[in-house]
Design a binder for this molecule. Structure first.
Ligand code: SAH
Length: 252
């Protein structure tokens, strides 16, 4: 059995209770060494075999899982954040299916949730933005043309860019071309929830230079949108005059 487990954004205690149990029981752990907090490995059994996937190809990863399965052992494949976001789990699952190896997925706290908590931000504010676009600047991994940042920018939503810290100037150009105001608030969160976390609050037109100055080149999210600004409308949900399924509104 293989458990794909979301390790959370960094802080050790942001893994789920279920994920932690799986870690404690695992005979084999393959963890994404570049981003997963190595302190999580302290929960492994002394006999547990541990592999860092940063140095492995897909074939090597699958071979380790296959070997464990032959020995009736349990493998944890530990991914950063939540495995569903830029986790490259689909290809692993397909290989396991081919080999009839059973697996399941334990969700995790994504870096974007960790960053929101650090920023004390709400990504969806009435009257400002009710949608979040999760995307990335085009680097060595291609992005479909219909999803060019310039196209997505048209919607003026909250936008969260993963895997783009080294491409901030390119992302800025695209977002400006797409129609965001140069003064749109931007927050960059480096290593959200880690002890070395850094928060940079800036604007779209200044983001690339400010990141350069702060030396932020990787492991950061670039969050763009007016939800980071001052203006918003209060929610209907807690409006005294608004009737919901659970509460009758009071007319004043
Ligand atoms: N599955 C992960 C994302 C993996 S892609 C998740 O749900 O969070 C790797 C990218 O995620 C990094 O390039 C960076 O943009 C972002 N990232 C991962 N951990 C982060 C953290 N603690 N703080 C800020 N960004 C992080």
């Amino acid at each position: 059995m293989v458990h794909f487990v979301g390790a959370g954004p960094g802080a050790v205690d942001l893994i789920t209770v279920r994920g932690l149990h799986y870690l404690e029981e695992a005979d084999v752990i393959i963890y994404a060494g570049s981003l997963v907090n190595p302190k999580l490995l302290e929960y492994a059994k002394p006999s547990c075999e541990i592999y860092d996937s940063a140095r492995m190809s897909l074939e090597q990863i699958v071979r380790v899982m296959e070997e464990a399965e032959k020995n009736r052992e349990t493998t944890v494949r530990l991914h950063t954040g939540d495995p569903s976001i830029y986790g490259a789990i689909r290809e692993q699952m397909e290989e396991l299916k081919k080999r009839q190896i059973e697996f399941d997925i334990c969700p995790g706290v994504s870096a974007m949730s960790g960053a929101a908590a650090s920023l004390q931000a709400e990504y969806t504010l009435p009257g400002v933005s009710q949608s979040i676009i999760i995307s990335r600047a085009q680097g060595r991994t291609g992005v479909p043309e219909t999803e060019a940042l310039r196209e997505l920018a048209v919607h003026q939503t909250t936008m969260i860019l993963f895997l783009s810290s080294g491409l901030a100037d390119k992302a800025r150009d695209e977002l400006l071309l797409g129609g965001y105001d140069p003064a749109t608030p931007v927050a960059v969160v480096y290593k959200a929830t880690w002890p070395e976390e850094k928060i940079l609050r800036t604007t779209l037109e200044r983001v690339a230079e400010d990141m350069e100055r702060e030396g932020i080149r990787k492991t950061a999210l670039i969050i763009v949108g007016n939800v980071l600004g001052e203006q918003y409308a209060r929610s209907k949900l807690y409006d005294a005059a608004f009737t919901t399924e659970f509460r009758r509104g009071i007319e004043e």
